[in-house]
Design a protein around this ligand. Structure first.
Ligand code: NAI
Length: 257
């Protein structure tokens, strides 16, 4: 049966591949991005997130699923605004529209680096929903020369948020499955520049050792996301599915159980 699925970041990379896959399967896809899609809005600001929700609702009062791919890389404080709050606030804003679906699902894109050590204060501010404090901490980290903690911090907080929220009345109680995918290195416009410098590739492969089949295309992540938001996924929730060629397993080994 055709489903209505909202995909953020639909203009590029993983979001674009997900939108294409779902469309090819007969779903109706509503894209959200800065440009070149159905709903153009800036998910890095509270006003932009409200505009995005309103824009989707004007096209479809009921949606079956949301896939949140929009995000940015880098070491700047702005990363937190889009990668954490731009995801959590937007998908939460979509809950009323999901309530009308018989099989509501949400999947967000975290990262395999979500498991890397980051900054506790940044994570706590994100999880407290305090965007101002999170932004302030990110600015401090950048000023202290620790900007590299911001991206993993934003993704680690997102993974923790998914686990925390998924089992609440608002999500599980409403029948909405909420999961994340943690990709390794994906060949998209976001990562393209990294491949110009062999030293960067070596550093990346050290941080994200993809022992099974190496780097991946965006269609690999799209397939995983498409399953998580399908009707068939009736009982997986609160999970971070690492689709990373084994990188997370290399780092954490077998002692997580
Ligand atoms: P991409 O750069 O190809 O696509 C990201 C999309 O998000 C773009 O269309 C961009 O316009 C949109 N976007 C960025 N800021 C936005 C904003 N403020 N409001 C609305 N839309 C905005 O990147 P890619 O690789 O497809 O990344 C998608 C997600 O996957 C991101 O969350 C990224 O952190 C994550 N990821 C990517 C990996 C990679 O190696 N490419 C690895 C692990 C995670």
């Amino acid at each position: 049966m055709s489903r209505t699925v909202v995909v953020t970041g639909a203009a590029s990379g993983i979001g674009r591949a997900t939108a294409a896959l779902l469309t090819s399967r007969g779903d109706r896809v509503i894209g959200v991005d800065l440009r070149e899609t159905d709903v153009c809005a800036d998910l890095s600001t509270p006003a932009g997130r409200s505009d995005a929700v309103a824009g989707v609702l004007s096209l479809a009062p009921t949606v079956d699923a949301v896939v949140a791919c929009a995000g940015i890389s880098g070491n700047s404080p702005g990363v937190v605004a889009i990668n954490f709050f731009g995801v959590t606030e937007f998908v939460t804003g979509m809950l009323p529209a999901l309530a009308g679906s018989s099989a509501p699902r949400v999947a967000v894109v975290a990262s395999s680096v979500a498991i890397h050590a980051s900054d506790a204060a940044l994570g706590e501010a994100c999880l407290a929903g305090d965007e101002e404090a999170a932004q302030k901490r990110a600015v401090e980290l950048e000023a202290e020369g620790h900007g590299r903690a911001i991206y993993p911090g934003s993704k680690g907080a997102l993974a923790r948020w998914v686990r925390r929220e998924s089992i609440t009345d608002a999500w599980a109680g409403a029948g909405v499955a909420l999961n994340a995918v943690g990709p390794g290195v994906v060949l998209t416009p976001m990562s393209a520049g990294l491949f110009d410098d062999p030293r960067m590739v070596a550093a990346m492969d050290g941080a994200v050792p993809m022992v099974l089949n190496g780097h991946q295309g965006p269609e690999v992540i799209a397939s995983t996301l498409a399953f998580l938001v399908s009707e068939e996924n009736s009982h997986i929730t609160g999970q971070v599915i690492f689709c990373d060629g084994g990188a997370e397993t290399v780092h954490r080994g077998s002692t997580v159980f």
